[in-house]
Write a protein that binds this ligand. Structure first.
Ligand code: GZL
Length: 336
């Protein structure tokens, strides 16, 4: 286990070498000094980093791609000993997993918080155990940002704004009635994608007539859309917070004898393969990407934290957006 003294010594050593202009010293010299400080022989760079990762669940195509990226990157060959757990979208399972990793004395904790609130206690326990925490994908809503080293993820507000701006460009002036399939209640992407979309359509004549959570799953997205179709006979546009709920909405729209992408337009977020295929087939009209390939950034930040190097508190993952034409182009080379 890497103590915080070790991490801080390594960081101070690197900083002092840089300040004194002793750049000529090899990195071995810096890490050996750090090693000699604690009496170990191995350098920080050589020892395996044990990392405990609590994943939200397996609710969507995005989550499957995100899990693959993490498991494919945090391997023994890359210097990691990964313990990975799936919380089935339950916060209590994530807290339990984080506590067990703290008990095990891992070097680093990482997780994608299923919802924004309720994490301070377990994060305080990690801090007391001197185990650094890295957030991936989703944020926590905490007043104390010393409880984690870095948050690596997309800008969900921007994703919602990008979706809303396209909708306004395409459909403003036609009195569009919009229904919204929200992600998991309390989750950062659900809160922020809703806020971004609402901001973007302000001043247009697009109106959100109903909004309900489909919990980021295809099944629940279909069920909620079936309810909307029974309740309203004049829906023009579905805004779904992820592809999977959008794909569920397609099933419900087709079952009701209507043509998705034509009778009822659909805008989603993620740009996973199934969503991009539906976009290319004309059943979805626009998708804002949310890049799930966070494994490399997580590995990089974890190694820097253990080496005592400074890391950015917020690492924003860049996203693209696709219309139907762009989807046909992009599909053959999509990684996920
Ligand atoms: C976004 C991620 C969301 C995806 C959904 O970063 O948290 O969770 O948009 C997934 O597909 O379920």
């Amino acid at each position: 286990m890497f103590s915080s003294t070790r991490r801080r010594t390594a960081g101070a050593m690197i900083a002092s070498l840089a300040v004194l202009g002793l750049a000529a010293c090899s990195s071995e010299q810096a890490s050996t000094d750090a090693g000699s400080d604690s009496g170990d022989t191995g350098s920080a760079a050589e020892e395996t980093i044990s990392i405990g990762f609590s994943q939200v669940g397996a609710e969507s195509g995005w989550r499957a791609a995100n899990t693959k990226s993490i498991q494919d990157t945090l391997t023994q060959e890359n210097g990691f000993d990964l313990s990975f757990s799936d919380a089935q979208q339950k916060q209590e399972n994530q807290i339990q997993a984080l506590r067990s990793y703290i008990q095990q004395g891992v070097d680093v904790l990482a997780f994608s918080p299923v919802v924004e609130t309720g994490w301070d206690a377990v994060l305080e326990e990690a801090k007391a155990a001197d185990i650094p925490v890295i957030l991936t994908d989703r944020a926590v809503d905490s007043d104390d940002d010393s409880l984690y080293e870095s948050f690596i993820g997309s800008d969900f507000v921007l994703e919602g704004e990008t979706a809303g701006e396209w909708a306004v460009e395409q459909y403003d002036g036609e009195g569009y009635q919009v229904v919204e399939l929200q992600g998991t209640t309390g989750a950062a992407p659900a809160i922020d994608r809703k806020a971004g979309f609402e901001t973007a359509i302000e001043g247009s004549d697009l109106e959100i007539i109903d909004s309900q959570t489909g919990n980021f799953t295809r099944t629940e997205g279909k069920q909620v859309m079936e309810g909307f179709l029974q309740k309203y006979d004049d829906i023009d546009l579905v805004y779904a917070h992820n592809d999977d709920m959008g794909l569920g909405a397609i099933e419900a729209i087709e079952a009701a004898g209507m043509v998705p992408g034509e009778d009822i337009k659909i805008i989603t977020v993620d740009a996973v393969k199934d969503g991009m295929q539906a976009l290319a087939d004309g059943k979805i009209n626009y998708i804002v990407e949310c890049n799930p390939l966070l494994g490399p950034d997580l590995a990089d930040v974890a190694k820097k934290v253990i080496a005592g190097e400074a890391v950015e508190k917020r690492i924003v993952v860049k996203d693209k957006a696709f219309d139907q034409e762009a989807a046909v182009e992009a599909l053959p080379s999509r990684e996920y």
